[in-house]
Design a protein around this ligand. Structure first.
Ligand code: FMN
Length: 351
C-alpha cells in the first residue's frame, strides 16, 4: 500500500480535556485482577472467538471474554461447547461467560472453566434470545430473584477466581431491578457488575440509559463496568466521566474497529488519538484472517470473513459499493483483491 504512515492523527478533541486525571489513569481491578486498560471487550456470540479475542488483546483491550457458553453443555462435556474454552496465554486474562438456570450446573460449569484456564467467570443475566430465555437463563433471571441469587452463591462457592455478573436493567420497560440485584450480588461476593442499561424486552432498540449506570455505580462498593452504545473512543471517556463507572465494556463499537482500545489509552495519555491508515487496516484484517484460518481452517474462515468485512468497512466511506466483493469472499486472494480495489478507490478519491 502506498501510504507509509501507519496512522492518521486526529486532533485533540476539545471535550476530552474535561476528563479528570484521576479518571484517565485509574486502574480497573476486579477481585485481585488488575487490568491494564479499563476499556474491555464485550462477549459476543459468534464473534468473540479466540482469533477475535487475540486481535482485541493486541490492541490493548483490558479484558476479553468468550462468547456465552452453555453450563449444561460444559457439564455434559459436549465437544463443541468445550471448544469455546480453548485459550492461549497471549489473551490472558480471559473471562469465560457462562449461562444457565440450574445453580448446581452453573457451579460445576464455572469449576470446569476455571480448571481450563479462565481467569474470571462472568454470569450471563442479559441475553434476551428466545432459546436462552425459555430455559430460564440469561435475562429471564431478572424475573427470578431467588434463582439468580442461588446461582451467584453456588458459583461463588465453587470458584475462587474473580466473579462478575453481566446484566440488563430488568426484564421489561419500567421493571428496573438492577439496584436490588446488584446489591444482592455484591453481598454474595461478586467482584464487579457489568451493566448494559436496556431492558431485556428492548433488545437493542432505543438507547442505553447511561443515567442508570451512574445511579448504580454510586450505590455499590464493587466496580461497575458500564456498557452500551460506545462506538467512538471519546464516548468511552464520556461514559466514565458522566457516570462514574470504573470500566467501560465495548461490543459493536470494537467489531471491525479493534483500534478503539488503544485509541482510548492514547486519549488518556495525550488527549488525542490516531485513526489507522489503510495500510494498517489491511495489515490487521489479514492478520485476523490468518488467525481464523489457523484456528478454523479455510472454509469456515471465508464464511466468517464475509461477515467480519462488513464490520471492518462499516464506518468507512463508500463501503456499500464494495459490499458484493466482501460478501462473495471464497478465499484469501478474493479478500486481498476486494481490499485492494476498495482501498485504491479511497486513495484515488483522497478519502
Ligand atoms: C452479535 C452479538 C452477540 C452478543 N452476544 C453476547 C453474549 O454472548 N453474551 C453477552 O453477555 N452479551 C452478548 N451481546 C451483548 C453485548 O455484549 C453488549 O452488551 C451489547 O452489544 C451492548 O454493547 P455495545 O453497544 O457496546 O454493543 C451480544 C451482542 C451482539 C450484537
Amino acid at each position: 500500500m502506498p501510504d507509509a504512515s501507519p496512522y492518521i492523527k486526529i486532533e485533540t478533541p476539545v471535550h476530552s480535556q474535561a476528563i479528570r486525571p484521576e479518571n484517565r489513569f485509574q486502574n480497573l481491578v476486579i477481585g485481585g485482577l488488575k487490568l491494564d486498560n479499563w476499556a474491555v471487550m464485550a462477549p459476543m456470540a459468534g464473534i468473540t472467538n479466540l482469533p477475535f479475542r487475540f486481535v482485541a488483546k493486541k490492541m490493548t483491550a483490558g479484558l476479553v471474554t468468550t462468547e456465552m457458553v452453555s453450563a449444561a453443555g460444559l457439564v455434559r462435556a459436549q465437544k463443541a461447547t468445550l471448544s469455546y474454552l480453548e485459550t492461549n496465554p497471549a489473551e490472558q486474562p480471559l473471562a469465560v461467560q457462562i449461562f444457565g438456570s440450574n445453580p448446581d450446573e452453573m457451579a460445576a460449569a464455572a469449576s470446569i472453566a476455571a480448571e481450563r484456564g479462565a481467569a474470571l467467570i462472568d454470569i450471563n443475566m442479559g441475553c434476551p434470545a428466545r432459546k436462552v430465555v425459555k430455559t430460564g437463563a440469561g435475562s429471564a433471571l431478572l424475573k427470578d430473584r431467588h434463582r439468580a441469587e442461588c446461582i451467584v452463591s453456588a458459583v461463588r462457592k465453587a470458584v475462587d477466581i474473580p466473579l462478575t455478573v453481566k446484566m440488563r436493567s430488568g426484564w421489561a420497560l419500567g421493571e428496573t431491578v438492577v439496584h436490588e440485584f446488584a446489591q444482592i450480588f455484591e453481598d454474595s461476593g461478586v467482584d464487579a457488575i457489568i451493566l448494559h442499561p436496556r431492558f431485556a424486552t428492548q433488545g437493542f432498540s432505543g438507547t442505553a440509559d447511561w443515567a442508570l449506570i451512574r445511579s448504580v455505580a454510586s450505590a455499590i462498593h464493587i466496580p461497575l463496568i458500564g456498557n452500551g452504545d460506545v462506538v467512538r473512543p471519546r464516548s468511552a471517556l464520556d461514559m466514565m466521566e458522566t457516570t462514574g463507572c470504573r470500566g467501560v465494556m465495548i461490543g459493536r463499537g470494537a467489531v471491525g474497529n479493534p483500534w478503539i482500545f488503544q485509541q482510548i489509552l492514547a486519549i488518556c495519555h495525550s488527549g488525542c488519538y490516531e485513526e489507522p491508515s489503510l495500510a494498517e487496516r489491511k495489515r490487521v484484517i489479514l492478520e485476523h484472517h490468518r488467525l481464523l484460518e489457523n484456528h478454523y481452517g479455510p472454509k469456515a474462515t471465508s464464511r466468517l470473513m464475509r461477515g467480519l468485512m462488513l464490520w471492518y468497512t462499516k464506518r468507512l466511506p463508500h463501503s456499500s459499493r464494495f459490499r458484493g466483493a466482501f460478501t462473495g469472499i471464497q478465499d484469501l486472494p478474493d479478500l486481498v483483491r476486494g481490499l485492494d480495489a476498495y482501498f485504491k478507490f479511497l486513495q484515488e478519491k483522497k478519502i
